[in-house]
Design a protein around this ligand. Structure first.
Ligand code: ADP
Ligand code: MG
Length: 349
């Protein structure tokens, strides 16, 4: 498993600008993943410290494993109202909207099923027991999913006893917005923020050109890349792929992105989905949702701009080796996977 090397879109630290001060990099482990913030301003230390503190605060609210977190308390008291932080209420509202707009391809209440596969975040990856649950087991657990948390001012509630939330597919993205705020408050104007597979550009590189990020080859090693692309100021790119976490049983590969409609690892014909969007939480949630929904549905949503995220652009990698890239990402794009057998197609509206 590649748990500790999850910078799916690796950073292209191409400073290449004579006279620019060396960037300051802050790397830390939080929310079960490696995070790094690279700031190009001089004297960004206070901002970096504040940003990391903010991530730690949010992890204290949204972790499923920490007792006393808002998510733990909601899960422990499933069926009853629980007082929650305003930031938790806001995240739950956003998660619910993504769930509804994705026709429940993204389901924040999928935990009971995730746990049955051993992908639940109640156990650390090193001790998790991965197994294929029986159909009876899944049939018994699926009714505990899909009912979304109810949210009112200052409080929330999982409607059914036995339900459990897992915000793993949206929380890291959501945290990026807080990191941006913390850095901005401390005067940082140029930084690239990588929270697991979510990368956010705060401003541009010091020379005014956009930051550039690598998107990984979902079938390659960590150093094999599909493309290098420009990430405009203020945008986030989020990648979801079945290759990130998986296990093998009876000759079959089972990965960690579950199709909530049947409780099995999604088999939509995609190897990875990269979503570029303005809102980092939505980029994160939708990369997971579109991975479940598949290329046809993803492209239809991109074309219509309906029922998804405003300003969204996509990179879809199919099992056949076709890489579909929406036209908004064409400028500044460098393809890198031809030798590995990929073919590239730009999608136009
Ligand atoms: P990662 O967190 O591994 O970078 P994602 O953002 O795609 O990748 O989130 C995957 C995680 O989200 C899984 O490990 C699991 O906890 C949870 N998850 C899996 N399938 C779904 C789904 N359909 N809806 C919501 N959460 C999911
Ligand atoms: Mg996600």
């Amino acid at each position: 498993m590649k748990r500790f090397l999850p910078l799916v879109c690796a950073l292209a630290l191409l400073t290449g600008c004579a006279g620019t001060a060396e960037p300051v990099v802050q790397t830390f482990f939080a929310m079960d993943t490696v995070m790094s913030i690279t700031a190009y301003d001089s004297g960004p230390t206070d901002g970096l410290v504040a940003a990391q503190q903010e991530v730690n605060r949010l992890e204290g609210l949204w972790s499923r494993t920490r007792s006393g977190s808002d998510v733990s308390r909601l899960n422990d008291a499933a069926g009853q109202w629980v007082e929650v932080d305003a930031d938790t209420a806001a995240l739950l509202e956003k998660a619910n909207a993504a769930a509804q707009e994705s026709a429940m391809a993204f389901d924040p209440a999928l935990s009971p099923v995730m746990d049955a596969w051993g992908f639940g975040s109640t156990e650390s990856e090193t001790t998790a027991v991965h197994r294929v649950p029986s159909q009876e087991e899944l049939d018994a657990l699926l009714p505990l999913t899909r009912d979304l948390p109810q949210v009112e001012e200052g409080r929330a509630r999982l409607p059914l006893e036995g339900q459990a939330l897992d915000l793993g597919a949206i929380a890291k993205g959501a945290a990026a917005a807080y990191v941006v705020d913390a850095l901005t408050e401390h005067g940082v104007e140029s930084a690239i923020i990588a929270l697991g597979g979510n990368i956010t550009a705060l401003g541009t590189k010091p020379d005014g050109s956009p930051f550039r990020v690598y998107v990984r080859d979902p079938q390659g090693s960590e150093e094999d890349y599909l493309c290098l692309m420009a990430l405009p100021a203020g945008m986030t790119c989020s990648t979801s792929g079945g290759y990130e976490r998986w296990f093998e049983s009876g000759g079959e590969i089972y990965h960690h992105i579950i199709d909530p409609s049947d409780g099995y690892p999604a088999q939509s014909g995609l190897l990875s989905v990269t979503v570029v969007a303005q809102d980092p939480a939505l980029a994160d949630a939708w990369s997971t949702a579109l991975y479940v929904l598949g290329a046809e549905e993803a492209v239809a949503r991109w074309e219509s701009g309906m029922g998804s995220v405003a300003g969204m652009e996509l990179i879809l990698v199919t099992e056949e080796g076709t890489v579909y890239i929406t036209e908004g990402l064409e400028e500044g794009l460098e393809t890198l996977g031809e030798e590995a057998g990929y073919t590239y197609e730009i999608l136009r509206r």
